[in-house]
Design a protein around this ligand. Structure first.
Ligand code: FAD
Ligand code: NAD
Length: 157
């Protein structure tokens, strides 16, 4: 099986879109990601999967902390900015939770300390121990078959 066929198959799993944010001391850095999973309630753990060639890799290693920001359907421009697809000309607004940069107006921002780092193939999993979360109302941005979309429902209660 070639990589295109693998990606076409994986692309049929509809996901939300996140931006991972961190600060290694050189300022806020963000990266768009859809490889996200909630993995444990007690303790509260999540994971992300970062390409070993991504600039984000060494920044999270140095910071020992990161945030995951779930984007709303009004934030496609932010996803494109942090995927290197299209620069957002008017810049990106960051807030801070416990000193960790987060994307303003995300549906949820989850900040965590790195608990474990596991190299798996050409990616590295960063298991995060959750420190805090912040929530906003809105509808999620989705990613399906390589394309952005949206999903509308009643309020998330
Ligand atoms: P760079 O390429 O250095 O940064 C990414 C972009 O963010 C650049 O354009 C940069 O200018 C901008 N940027 C960074 N910090 C700031 C700032 N402070 N202010 C303004 N702009 C800033 N890759 C994975 O490894 N794992 C995934 O799960 C994953 N999922 C993806 C899901 C989707 C829907 C898409 C579109 C891409 C996904 N990618 C994923 C690919 C990944 O987003 C790109 O390869 C990305 O460019 C790699 O980022 P980087 O850390 O190497 O940083
Ligand atoms: P695509 O067709 O490349 O992505 C479809 C699906 O394939 C993704 O949702 C993901 O599950 C999987 N995938 C793609 N690249 C992967 C990789 N390098 N490692 C593991 N899984 C991967 O969609 P697209 O619109 O062409 O994506 C835009 C860019 O973002 C591409 O360069 C793609 O490689 C990258 N991307 C990377 C990841 C990742 O590293 N986990 C995830 C999504 C997209």
């Amino acid at each position: 099986m070639d990589s295109r066929e693998f990606r076409n198959a994986m692309g049929r799993f509809a996901t939300g879109v996140t931006v991972i944010t961190t600060n290694d001391g050189a300022g806020a850095h963000g990266m768009t990601a859809n490889a996200f999973m909630s993995i444990s309630l007690e303790p509260k753990l999540i994971t992300i999967s970062i390409d070993n060639k991504a600039n984000m890799l060494n920044k999270i290693k140095a910071a020992g902390q990161y945030a995951v920001n779930f984007l709303s359907d009004e934030q496609q421009d932010i996803s494109m900015n942090f995927a290197g697809q299209k620069k957002k000309e008017d810049g990106v607004d960051f807030d801070f939770i416990q000193g960790i940069p987060v994307i303003k107006d995300s549906l949820a921002s989850i900040v965590c300390d790195v608990d474990q780092e596991i190299v798996v193939g050409d990616h590295t999993l960063f298991i995060g121990r959750v420190l805090d979360v912040e929530l906003t109302e809105g509808n999620p941005l989705t990613f399906y078959c390589g394309k952005y979309g949206n999903y509308r429902q009643k309020e998330c209660v």
